[in-house]
Design a protein around this ligand. Structure first.
Ligand code: FES
Ligand code: FE
Length: 372
């Protein structure tokens, strides 16, 4: 648990929410304003930079010997932001944010940041699904499942608010784009072609035509309406939402949904999209319920002693994806519905698990291959 705050100089601070005396949480609010953090156990008090500024009994009980400078809250050594998204890392050896994100991570964040003058609206939806977090990540790249898993929500117009008796897109869609980046970042899903423009029922996608956006996303990124995942667990949706999948054990994942909207939208449209966000993802979201049930059942189904002895199939399109590389080093492949991004994620995960340090991961992680 961490506290993300701005200090009196306006600097971002990310502090471990753990009192240095007995470990109690010094902040219990989800959000708000504070000028200091007083621990509710014995009253040690920290300022907005995490410095220990108050200790009851400092003179009498500690005999004036407690060196406050050594007992501040633990601060994240890396706190950086990209287009307003703040990332922290507790490991001093981690690479700088932009190096870590690389082209694919940056395009992923740009696909939401460039949609307009974006604000995170109040109310983060949080809940737990009984699944392994990797299944949720696997699913965000999965365009094989919608016609089956989401048949019912499609019929009631779950995605658009308009009913769609034709059902979801067929899986035969040939025009998919996968972008693979270092450290496991990936973007996968349909390309922004004429058919997709019609299906997405513009004007929601008109932001792509604004001056400067094509340059920010690059010639390949601008054609993507797929789903980016900032490795390991930050999913960005086409519709402008952001989801963190936090592992709470092998069979439990806490999901956080943030909704971002363009603050320049007319009030009615803003309100329509806010409501739609609640009805698509989150605990009341039709897609989330359909997906979540599958992740829960897949997690149960693979837990058994016998089930664990047998592999699962990940062969769709394997060996048929020829990667093109642009001069940024980012790899991409135009293909049919596929499992390339999932496999890339699992490979990265295995490498992260095996590496003893950032140094080792930097040296040994997979670079984008020529064929997937
Ligand atoms: Fe925080 Fe004792 S645990 S003051
Ligand atoms: Fe789904």
């Amino acid at each position: 648990s961490v506290i993300a705050t701005r200090d009196k100089e306006g600097q971002l601070q990310v502090l471990l929410n753990t009192c240095r005396h007995r470990g109690n949480a010094v902040c219990r609010a989800e959000q708000g304003h504070a000028s200091s953090f007083m621990c509710t156990y014995h009253g040690w008090t920290y300022n907005l930079q995490g410095k220990l500024v108050g200790v009851p009994g400092s003179r009498d009980l500690y005999h004036g010997e407690l060196d406050r400078d050594n007992w501040g809250l633990i601060r994240a050594p890396h706190v950086e932001s990209y287009k307003g998204f703040v990332f922290a890392n507790m490991d001093p050896d981690a690479p700088p944010l932009e190096e870590y994100l690389g082209e694919v991570g940056k395009v992923g964040l740009s696909l939401i940041a460039e949609q307009g003058d974006m604000e995170v609206i109040d109310g983060v939806q949080k809940y737990v699904i009984g699944c392994n977090w990797k299944l949720a990540v696997d699913n965000l790249f999965d365009y094989y499942h919608p016609q089956v898993s989401h048949a019912s929500s499609s019929l009631i117009g779950g995605l658009t608010g308009r009913s769609n008796t034709a059902g979801p897109r067929r899986t035969g869609n040939n025009e998919h784009l996968v972008m693979l980046g270092e450290y496991g970042h990936a973007i996968g899903g349909p390309t922004y072609n004429a058919e997709r423009q019609k299906e997405l029922n513009q004007p929601e996608q008109r932001w792509r035509e604004r001056p400067g956006v094509a340059e920010e996303l690059g010639p390949v990124g601008i054609t993507s309406t797929g789903h980016p995942n900032i490795f390991p667990n930050l999913w960005i949706t086409v519709s402008g939402q952001l989801s963190l999948r936090l592992p709470k054990g092998p069979t439990k994942t806490e999901i956080w949904w943030f909704t971002l909207l363009d603050r320049k939208l007319p009030t009615e449209e803003w309100e329509r999209l806010r409501k739609l966000a609640i009805h698509v993802f989150g605990p009341a979201g039709v897609l989330e319920q359909e997906d979540g049930e599958n992740w829960d059942q897949s997690t149960r189904g693979t837990q058994g002693v016998i089930a664990r002895r047998y592999p699962l199939n990940f062969s769709m399109g394997l060996g048929h994806g020829e990667i093109s590389k642009d001069d940024t080093g980012a790899g991409h492949v135009f293909t049919k519905v596929n499992e390339h991004a999932q496999l890339w994620t699992y490979r990265a995960w295995a490498e992260w698990m095996a590496a003893e340090s950032w140094k080792e991961l930097k040296e040994r992680h997979s670079l984008v291959p020529d064929i997937v």
